[in-house]
Design a protein around this ligand. Sequence first.
Ligand SMILES: [Cu+2]
Length: 396
Amino acid sequence: MSLEPVREPRRGSGRRNLLRALTGGGAAAALALTAAPAAPAEAAAAPAGQAIDPFAAEAFRAARGGRVREYWLQAESFAHNAVPNGRDGMTGMTFTADQTTFQAIGYRAYTANWGKPLPADLSPQGIGPNSGIPGPVLRAEVGDVIKVHFRNNDAHYKWPHSIHPHGVRYATSSDGGWMDDDPKAPGTAVPYGGTYTYTWTCVPSSVGSWPYHDHAAPQLPPRAAGSSSTSAGAGSAATSDSMESRAFGGGGPVMEIGAELGLFGMIAVTDATTPRVDREFVLFFHDVSASDATTLKQDLSLCSGGAFVDNAPTFTARRGERIRWRVGTLGNSLHVFHIHGHRWLGPAGWTDSQVLAPATTLTVEYAEDNPGDWLYHCHVAAHMMHGMAGRYRVLG
Ligand SMILES: [Cu+2]
């Protein structure tokens, strides 16, 4: 399932734009910049108060400047315990490691030529924890070209993988979406041990938060007994019948199973109107089913790889700081992003709960003024009970 991302509120209208105009700034990204920085990207959002014409060609010329932002990403498989402290800080439920550990796959960012893993960088310009789930935050400004050098080192499953981006502009050769009618299309099913380079351009309509994720050939999950997996491989994709039955517990190959097991991350594109912030939190709501991650004792609803309060990421801020959340979702479910004790300006006015469908995103910004320990969670009660909740700590 791949729906179009929810667009950010249009820059050219409303109060949000006024806020942006007042705050100005622009979050600069920095990672492995190559090529000479040229003049700032010419193209940008429409001036305040000016309506956007959806049919107008984007006022954008890549030659006008921008930089090449190179990322070296590797898909890696690893044992992952989604509940490392064994306890849900909200309900008090307890878990053992064998109940909540599965073989995950994640993207990690490396120095050039996959030399060594990049250190964590939790700053508003950083790649994040770089722990695998989610993958590194890929940052760029309008006018930049993102080049992702990808290597598949999925030593556990040995499945083909890819990277499919949302939000940026690219040729089909940089789409990463596998299809049975062209199973050898470049970059759509990079084999174990293989490499591929994707090239994506950040145009004015790329501003915002976008997911990227594995979109390679469907694969059969390992059998429940823990025996080694059977690879469906390119060219032996599921029929639509088996896909459908699998959704109800059938057992055929699974499309985007790599993304389910952790191969996803966030693209953050900014422009001159993007407000400067002191903290930026990247959060994914996603699901892992026990039928696909067969060592799990139950389906899990996760926040960036962790399930349940104090296992899901704890995000920390201070009173007086300017905060941005980039929230994304993947999987099969609708989610409702909610933070206790806080409100922000959404497309329809002030809100504290917003609905997200699979593969859509949300960019939330506010000034922090309410110290304390708060919950953030999905407000679908069943998801919260399966782990989709975490702690938001605001220091005074
Ligand atoms: Cu939910």
